[in-house]
Design a protein around this ligand. Sequence first.
Ligand SMILES: Nc1ncnc2c1ncn2[C@@H]1O[C@H](COP(=O)(O)OP(=O)(O)OP(=O)(O)O)[C@@H](O)[C@H]1O
Ligand SMILES: [Mg+2]
Length: 249
Amino acid sequence: MLELQNVSKSFDNLRAVDGVSLTVPRGQIIGLIGPNGSGKSTLLSLIAGNQQPSGGRVLFDGHDITRHSADQVFNAGLVRSFQDPSLFFRMNVLDNALLPVKKQRGEQPSQAPLHRTWRAEEQKNATTASTVLDQVRLQTHHAKLAADLSGGQMKLLELGRSLMGAPKLLLLDEPTAGVAPALAYTIFEQIEHLRRTQNLTFLIIEHRLEILFDFVDSLYVMHLGKVIAQGSPDQIADDQTVREVYFGE
Ligand SMILES: Nc1ncnc2c1ncn2[C@@H]1O[C@H](COP(=O)(O)OP(=O)(O)OP(=O)(O)O)[C@@H](O)[C@H]1O
Ligand SMILES: [Mg+2]
């Protein structure tokens, strides 16, 4: 579903991402871990078109999407969430969730006055959003301004909004940061459920390894911009280099 070939990104003298190659097979949940500043979020930005790589290639679902713009990548079915929630804070929760729905007729100036042409579509989208908000435990907060949510709830809304963009592949940057542990586990159960029932594919950055390791098919570990290990949760937990750089052992 996703293949990176030797992808790099430099900021002045810093090689934030340094020749990363990895693959995310269709229908799998792949983890991406590493110490702070190892280049994980930058790598997601390079894949999603928020930043342009200095070198290498990004292939998505059989197409070369290297240097495609963020909206082109989104329209192709690759949706990301952000480490720091990137919401429309002065819009309510439901409207935030409805925003990424593609090709909304009521949003076109020529169609907007003709309610009858898009009312049913809007109702269908609202019903879908309602189900998604329920999955991320935000249904009772649907009318609140996004700015009035807690930090954890903002992360959950980011996740819900990502799901509304009809994704094939989701790139999630610390989806449960700031979320209480029991709820974080539930969110990962939802992710697993979505993978199974909707054949979605996930690449997930997460610092809570005790949760992540229960759900991923395999993991990549980054350090100083490079991939230093790849394998199953058991292999990664036993890898001496990983233990040194990641756990400080
Ligand atoms: N726009 C930028 N300009 C300059 N340096 C940057 C920029 N974005 C990231 N960096 C640097 O690149 C390195 C990698 O940052 P990145 O945010 O990708 O790390 P990360 O693995 O996501 O870390 P964390 O776990 O803390 O989120 C860091 O040293 C960071 O300071
Ligand atoms: Mg990060």
